[in-house]
Design a protein. Structure first.
Length: 335
């Protein structure tokens, strides 16, 4: 489908898109047409992990100009409600979010977006790194909610892209030791590459056995568990593994109803926290990337031009590599 190039409103910018990462949610919408209560009812553009170049600015925009390279935060509040006032705009019920029905995403050549949610990239931060700020933000938000701090012992369940960014951020925030579990040996190897101290390949162990193995490699029960799979058995293992008085953060989304040993968590005062996307993370991520304190480049394992989007989605669906990146601007040879 060919769409006309949009005209930016007063507080918007028009972008020539450059790099767009494929997320598991994009694949899920493509395959199933819905995630929970979000149902695709009309044709929808996918993509929400993105960066591009400003080509036109609205009349009210002063902090950006044509030629600026930017990273896009996909969630934009539509109104100044109670959640925005307290700085938790990600919880605003009327938020616009790229590629969440009925809102179009930015896997396209040209895209317009709120200028306030476009962040200028320093010269030493690439377009790909800019696109990776979106998944990186999930790690920043999750580790903040978890309370990761100097000396924390952290268990990350799942070694997909979101598990990996949680490893990177947990280490950055001062975690003394991070252990990662996954079914895949190759994904666990990638976890080692990005800073995991220990890895455990799960086969057919019970949740209690997984928890025991985590304690075994760490030498103690972890203060914090970051659950990135949404799988019932993994959530159970997360509860059993976390030390009394510790925190379990649920990042992965699975079935609406899961059976968990909630009494075990309750009597041991294990705090269970959820996260919904992120908020106030782009400036933090850009500062980390610009200072070279973190390295997200190993996360990108496949690159495709926009014309081969279907092949890129098939690659992601098969679970190959880690992060698949689409290049939307064939004329741009910059990093």
């Amino acid at each position: 489908e060919t769409r006309p190039i949009p005209e930016p409103g007063p507080n918007e910018v028009l972008l020539r898109m450059h790099s767009v990462g494929i997320c598991g949610s994009d694949v899920h919408y493509w395959q199933h047409g819905r995630i929970g209560d979000f149902v695709v009812k009309h044709p929808m553009v996918l993509g929400h992990e993105a960066s591009g170049t400003v080509v036109k600015v609205g009349s009210g925009v002063t902090h950006l100009q044509p030629g600026d390279r930017v990273a896009i935060e996909p969630g934009v509040p539509r109104e100044m409600d109670e959640f925005c006032k307290t700085g938790r705009y990600n919880l605003s019920p009327t938020i616009f979010f790229c590629a969440t029905p009925p809102d179009d995403g930015n896997l396209c050549r040209y895209y317009k977006h709120s200028a306030s949610y476009c962040y200028k990239l320093p010269d030493n931060v690439t377009f790909e790194e800019g696109a990776l700020i979106e998944p990186l933000s999930v790690g920043i938000h999750a580790c903040k909610r978890a309370g990761v701090t100097l000396g924390s012992k952290v268990f990350v369940s799942g070694s997909g892209p979101i598990g990996l960014v949680n490893v990177i951020i947990a280490k950055m925030m001062g975690a003394a030791a991070v252990v990662v579990t996954d079914l895949s040996a190759s994904r666990l190897q990638k976890a080692k590459e990005v800073g995991a101290d220990f890895t455990i390949q799960v086969k057919n162990e019970t949740p209690q056995e997984v928890a025991s193995k985590v304690e075994g490699v760490l030498g103690c029960m972890p203060d914090i568990t970051v659950e990135c799979t949404g799988v019932q058995a993994c959530i159970q293992a997360g509860i059993y593994a976390t030390r009394s008085g510790g925190t379990l953060v649920l990042v992965g989304l699975g079935p609406e109803m899961v059976t968990v040993p909630i009494v075990n968590a309750a009597v041991r005062e294990v705090d269970i926290r959820g996260i919904f996307r992120y908020c106030n993370t782009w400036p933090v991520a850009i500062a980390l990337l610009a200072s070279k304190r973190i390295n997200v480049k190993p996360l990108v394992t496949h690159r495709f031009p926009l014309e081969k989007a279907l092949e890129a989605f098939e690659t992601t669906k098969r679970g190959e590599g880690v992060k698949v990146m689409l290049k939307c601007d064939p004329t741009d040879q910059s990093p």
